[in-house]
Design a binder for this molecule. Structure first.
Ligand SMILES: NC(=O)c1ccc[n+]([C@@H]2O[C@H](COP(=O)([O-])OP(=O)(O)OC[C@H]3O[C@@H](n4cnc5c(N)ncnc54)[C@H](OP(=O)(O)O)[C@@H]3O)[C@@H](O)[C@H]2O)c1
Length: 256
């Protein structure tokens, strides 16, 4: 394998969910700069169109598609449209995710629980299943699931979020085993706390923010761009013998 080219994504088509901002937007731009064509998914078409415009400036094609990732029909439409335009799906990044409430377990409502499970866990499963069927036919593919350090350690007041991220980590292992023989590698990335919309509330609280930074060996929040290298590794030939793993991008959080 050529060391100068193993991270290249030229000729590849990648679907990135949650591409309208934050980590998904950073990964989509990084993949385009590495040569991939992109399918950009979220519910916010205007934001996706802006990003598609920017990506076309890198000389790559980008197809913005509005979809709710908890909706099986919407997912199938994304898959069908991707195949119409690009004929194949090489990479799927299941990045879209939510953490809308910070609540004690005894106060969480069933509605709040079900929405977090629907988007994070069911959405990741349904998207993997729909893209996986295509990748099995192709005899190749890469799936990257966005988990969190909260997949392996508990975060107080985030019971549904941690349960879904732990569930996605396990889903990553099962899919890696089932699809290894089809040459599909399924891995995950586990960030700690990054500067995105998702963590804005926590970072703006002095008490929470100081606690988080005290707990982070590198003593700063990460930036979405700092996840791109891990995603490129797991999307490219550089990781051709790696499957079922979770790569933590956490400023040292899990080294304790
Ligand atoms: N930021 C962190 O510190 C951190 C740490 C660990 C893990 N993560 C994980 O990283 C991923 C991205 O997080 P982020 O920080 O970039 O969050 P963010 O800035 O809040 O972005 C979330 C993305 O998910 C999309 N999304 C949410 N619900 C959706 C739905 N039902 N259907 C389609 N798209 C949906 C949003 O798009 P629209 O609103 O436009 O639909 C947006 O593009 C998440 O899975 C998160 O759990 C983040």
């Amino acid at each position: 394998m050529d060391g100068t080219r193993m991270f290249q994504l030229e000729g590849k088509t990648a679907i990135v969910t949650g591409a309208s901002r934050g980590i998904g937007e950073a990964i989509a731009k990084g993949f385009a700069q590495a040569g991939a064509d992109l399918v950009l998914v979220s519910r916010n078409m205007a934001a996706l169109e802006r990003l598609a415009q920017e990506i076309s400036g890198f000389g790559r094609k980008a197809l913005p598609l509005a979809a709710d990732i908890g909706d099986p029909e919407a997912i199938q439409k994304v898959i069908d449209r991707t195949l119409e335009v690009f004929l194949r799906i090489d990479i799927l990044v299941n990045n879209a995710g939510i953490s809308p409430v910070l609540k004690k377990a005894e106060e969480m409502t069933l509605k709040e629980w079900e929405e977090i499970v629907r988007v994070n866990l069911t959405g990741t499963f349904l998207f993997s299943q729909a893209a996986g069927r295509v990748m099995i036919r192709q005899g190749a593919g890469k799936i990257i699931n966005m988990v969190s350090v909260g997949a392996v350690v508990g975060f107080q007041r985030q019971i549904a979020y941690c349960a879904t991220k732990g569930g996605i980590l396990q889903m990553t292992r099962v899919l890696a085993l089932e699809w290894a023989r089809h040459n599909i590698q399924v891995n995950a990335i586990g960030p700690s706390y990054l500067e995105t919309e998702l963590t804005k509330g926590m970072r703006e609280s002095k008490v929470i923010s100081e606690n988080l930074l005290r707990r982070t060996p590198m003593a700063r929040f990460g930036k979405p761009e700092e996840v791109v290298g891990a995603a490129l590794y797991l999307a490219s030939d550089a990781s051709s013998y790696v499957t079922g793993q979770t790569l933590f991008v956490d400023g040292g959080w899990l080294a304790y």
